[in-house]
Design a protein around this ligand. Structure first.
Ligand SMILES: O=C(O)C(=O)C[C@]1(C(=O)O)C=C[C@@H](O)C=C1
Length: 357
């Protein structure tokens, strides 16, 4: 993708804040007046895609006037969500600085294409939230559609993934997907939306810190002066005061640093990791050779590759051992499953040798 660096124009890290929904001009100006100085971009949703009908679906285009007032009176850059070509045209007309595409829109390539065409050639910044389902290609695809229309100031927002079963968080972070994104497109700024991941204002801070531990470039935090009375997403909005304390407490970590002691110690530890990884690989190779021998034995005696009883026993024993060794059950389960899958694959290859299938 052809990407223009825009984030360096802002003081890093980038903080975007403001209410989930614009409710009135008074509400917008009040929140704008109370936001901490680190916040450079004011957000407010004016068209709100909601799960159920009869929920508040946003004030509509009138909110663009209120956003403009926030920009004129307080000097913020302004941003809002656009969900169709008409929203895109209106936002451009009102000179909204940054546009974002929400998770429920990113899932729909037709809609994204329509928006991309409506924004064709704009030098506005466009941010794309991950789709509601954990699909990295769909996320990247939306950015590519925008880029295909000559939009080069792009950014991504990680807002977590929807699941049927809710647990601690409203939307599962599945950080690995965002990290894979960052690995693939290091030149595209990656922001975190801790409000939508957390779904609970008491958890916003821990999610925000985690994203900074991973090297995200900024945050978009839903902020309301009276969150309990907010017309949408009341539970996850924080007050401007709370946002100030979140920002002040954030540990901002750098990717690297010059410190000699740090580098010497890191190198010593990384050498240890290299040795251990090599030893693990050697052991894995030996294990697969044994699996191969078992495969040959099974073939000779016409026995099935898959032996569920043995596999279940083995996995359970390993998990027990893992816990004693201070490893997590989930990790050892996944690790053993990967080993077993490979072992089965090898044995299946042996079964197929010298046959027509
Ligand atoms: O014990 C066996 O029968 C094997 O072939 C080994 C092994 C394994 O890799 O651990 C592979 C396949 C079976 O489903 C169970 C276990």
């Amino acid at each position: 993708m052809n990407i223009t660096n825009w984030i360096d124009d802002f003081k890093e890290p980038l903080f975007i804040a403001g209410p989930c929904s614009a409710e009135s001009e008074e509400q917008m100006l009040r929140i704008a007046s109370e936001l901490p100085p680190q916040v450079k971009i004011f957000r407010a949703g004016i068209w709100k895609p909601r799960t159920k009908p009869n929920s508040f679906e946003g004030v509509g285009a009138i909110g663009l006037n209120w956003l403009k007032k926030v920009k004129d009176d307080y000097g913020f850059k302004i941003t809002t969500e656009i969900a169709n070509a008409n929203h895109a045209k209106l936002a451009l007309e009102y000179d909204v600085d940054i546009l974002w595409i929400g998770a429920r829109t990113t899932v729909n390539p037709f809609q994204v294409q329509e928006i991309a065409e409506a924004l064709k050639g704009t030098d506005k910044i466009v941010l794309v939230k991950n789709p509601v389902n954990p699909d990295l290609d769909l996320w990247i695809g939306a950015l590519e559609r925008l880029n295909g229309q000559g939009i080069t100031k792009l950014g991504a927002i990680h807002r977590g993934f929807s699941t049927y079963k809710k647990d601690r968080y409203r939307n599962q972070p599945q950080w690995q997907i965002a990290l894979d994104f960052k690995n693939k497109y290091p030149e595209i700024p990656l922001l975190c939306d801790p409000s939508h991941i957390a779904g609970d204002r008491n958890l916003v801070e821990e999610v925000a810190q985690k994203s900074f531990n991973f090297g995200f470039d900024g945050l978009m935090v839903e902020t309301h002066h009276t969150p309990d009375e907010a017309w949408s997403d009341a539970a996850q909005q924080v007050t401007p005061e709370k946002l100030k304390s979140i920002i002040e407490n954030l540990k901002i970590r750098s990717q690297d640093q010059e410190n000699v002691d740090y580098h010497l110690t890191l190198e010593r530890l990384r050498n240890q990791i290299d040795d251990k990884d090599r030893a693990v690989l050697e052991l894995l190779s030996e294990r697969m050779k044994v699996a191969k021998e078992i495969g040959e034995l099974k073939k000779e005696h016409n026995i099935t590759v898959y032996q569920p009883k043995r596999w279940n026993n083995l996995r359970e024993c390993m998990i027990e051992l893992a816990l004693e060794q201070g490893l997590s059950e989930e990790f050892v389960h996944d690790f053993m499953t990967a080993i077993h899958q490979e072992s089965i694959k090898i044995q299946n290859t042996i079964m197929a040798e010298n046959t027509s299938i």
